[in-house]
Design a protein. Structure first.
Length: 295
């Protein structure tokens, strides 16, 4: 019985070895290689240069004050590669355009279906073969939502608050969570609508029209519509796509949060003070520049 078992065992290994050799020499092996992708990450940097709308360095105005907020979540609604500084908005290679809706009346970003990520996480994965081959010098990224932590002084006492800010041109919001509490809206909200949550609950506000800074260093040759949030950034060297890439390419959209949360400093103390009858209004929460970094 033992000899029979050994003979069967030997035959099994012989057959397995032959099958292995056959598979190794298969003239038509199954291609296991996965396609190469363009991987887009969104990240923030408080130490990055602070720019104004036309792409020039912009310090905080003397009548205002600002702080570097800590970002929890960020979202964008449009991404485009532009060959050069003369490429009009919309005529480059559009890589992404988020869902829009008319539920609230006018056309608006559909917040419920928006992609939301933490800073540093992957936002998009796009097959490189689906992108038009070419050389691209600029990138346009339209920001739509940000959730961040900041500091506020209420009646002279320091508190941490979480702020949810909608910076896209127009956003349809059914509801959203600030930190722990959910706000019901079921309507469109124009650029600059925000809510902040503290130990006292949730309050909402609105940045004045035109108050959201949207840096565009090629403003003179390729302007963007007022009220949009299409931040423009330049690659350190032209970003080339051949269409024959075999490995993933990672591009991190590094966004400046250098004093990006800004308020009117009514008492000149550099602190965001709120309270009954003397709250300092928020005037800007736009990102302060974009540097696309190819890894």
């Amino acid at each position: 019985m033992k000899k029979l078992f050994l003979r069967v065992f030997a035959v099994y290994f012989l057959i397995s070895g032959l099958q292995s050799c056959t598979n190794d020499n298969d003239p038509n092996p199954v291609d296991q290689q996965t396609e190469a992708n363009l991987i887009i990450k969104l990240d923030v940097d408080p130490n990055q240069i602070r720019l104004g709308n036309t792409g020039s360095t912009a310090p905080v105005p003397s009548e205002n004050a600002g702080q570097d907020p800590d970002f929890n979540i960020i979202s964008a609604h449009y991404l485009e590669l532009a060959p050069n500084m003369f490429t009009p908005l919309g005529e480059g290679e559009i890589l992404y355009h988020a869902s829009e809706t008319t539920k609230g009346g006018g056309n608006a970003i559909d917040f419920d279906n928006s992609i939301k990520v933490a800073p540093g996480e992957v936002f998009l994965t796009i097959p490189l073969k689906d992108i038009k081959p070419g050389s691209y010098e600029w990138v346009r990224l339209s920001l739509s939502y940000q959730n961040l932590d900041a500091e506020v002084y209420f009646e002279g006492n320091l508190y941490d608050v979480t702020i949810a800010g909608f910076v896209g041109f127009n956003t349809y919001i059914s509801n959203f969570k600030v930190k722990n509490e959910t706000v019901e809206v079921n309507d469109n909200k124009l650029q600059g609508f925000f809510a902040f949550e503290s130990i006292a609950g949730v309050n909402t506000g609105q940045v004045p029209a035109g108050g959201i800074t949207v840096p565009n260093p090629i403003f003179d040759t390729s302007p963007i519509p007022q009220g949009s949030c299409v931040v423009t950034g330049e690659f350190q060297s032209p970003f080339n796509i051949t269409g024959n890439e075999t490995e993933d390419v990672i591009v991190t959209m590094s966004l400046s949060t250098n004093k990006s949360f800004e308020w009117q400093d009514l008492n000149g103390n550099g602190k965001w003070d709120i309270g009954t009858g003397n709250s300092e209004p928020v005037v800007d929460m736009g990102l302060r520049g974009l540097i696309p970094k190819v890894e």
